[in-house]
Design a protein around this ligand. Structure first.
Ligand SMILES: N[C@@H](CCC(=O)N[C@@H](CS)C(=O)NCC(=O)O)C(=O)O
Length: 248
């Protein structure tokens, strides 16, 4: 049985879950809270980040590498990467861009919003984690806020900066779609679509995700307004469409 070490709320972990589930590969998720995840990731044979996928003969500690590993074991008609080298290169380049720009900016933006909403954050963040980790992070909440702040380099003004980068990425996706193509790299759902929709999930607060996400009615008004604005963006609407159609 495959093992997937995660922070359940993490959008990089959602990428891995989505790829595994889409390929019909059974796996056991091992969810942890922030901080403890580093011990779990290292114990599984990975580095400091999750997801980490433990297979019978390897340990894969990066979400893009997990998608590639899953794809090699998927029937050709369901693959996420085209076999043509040029088309494959295009998908990989877009995935890399989204991993490097949309992923970190959207994540930090949502953490800045959510860290001030302790109860709702803990309720949704801690789904499925071991009970002692749930108690640990509740008890040590101020420490957890400091740990996350340091790990993500949260500083004054960072939310505006992240919003600019994240919306720049949404605009880029909207520009790609402006010629009427149904998917980011053409006629077929690819790793770029999965990567985009998973990494945009915190911004649009995806209604389908590996764990439940707090819908706008539960969020503070500025956060709810941000989510509504993301959902109304053409790229946000595209993410919602992909999630509804492809995230089974
Ligand atoms: N490039 C990595 C990035 C993964 C990543 O940043 N994971 C976050 C969770 S969203 C993490 O583990 N951060 C905690 C840390 O750096 O300590 C991937 O795609 O797997």
């Amino acid at each position: 049985m495959l093992r997937l070490v995660t922070i359940p709320i993490s959008h990089y972990c959602e990428k891995a879950r989505w790829a595994l589930e889409r390929a019909g590969m059974p796996y056991r998720e091992e969810p942890h809270v922030q901080g403890i995840h580093r011990l779990a990731a290292r114990r599984a044979g990975g580095g400091a980040t999750v997801p980490v996928l433990v297979t019978p003969d390897s340990v894969i500690a990066d979400s893009a590498a997990i998608l590639a590993w899953v794809d090699e074991r998927t029937a050709p008609e369901n693959r996420l990467y085209p076999s043509d080298p040029a088309a494959r290169g295009e998908v990989q380049a877009l995935c890399r861009r989204l991993d490097e720009d949309l992923g970190p900016s959207g994540r930090r933006l949502m953490y800045v919003h959510m860290l001030g909403q302790r109860e709702v954050t803990l309720r949704f963040n801690n789904q499925g984690v071991p009970p002692w980790e749930d108690r640990f992070i509740r008890w040590g909440w101020p420490l957890a806020v400091r740990f996350i702040g340091r790990a993500l380099d949260i500083h004054p003004g960072v939310a505006a900066e992240d919003e600019r980068v994240a919306w720049g990425e949404l605009d880029h996706v909207a520009e790609l779609l402006a010629d009427g193509r149904p998917y980011l790299c053409g006629e077929r759902f690819s790793a770029a679509d999965l990567t985009f929709a998973a990494l945009a999930a915190p911004l649009v607060v995806s209604p389908v995700y590996g764990v439940e996400l707090p819908q706008p009615a539960l969020l503070d008004p500025p956060t709810a307004a941000l989510v509504e604005r993301a959902r109304e963006h053409p790229a946000g609407r595209f993410a919602m469409r992909l999630i509804a159609e492809e995230r089974r």
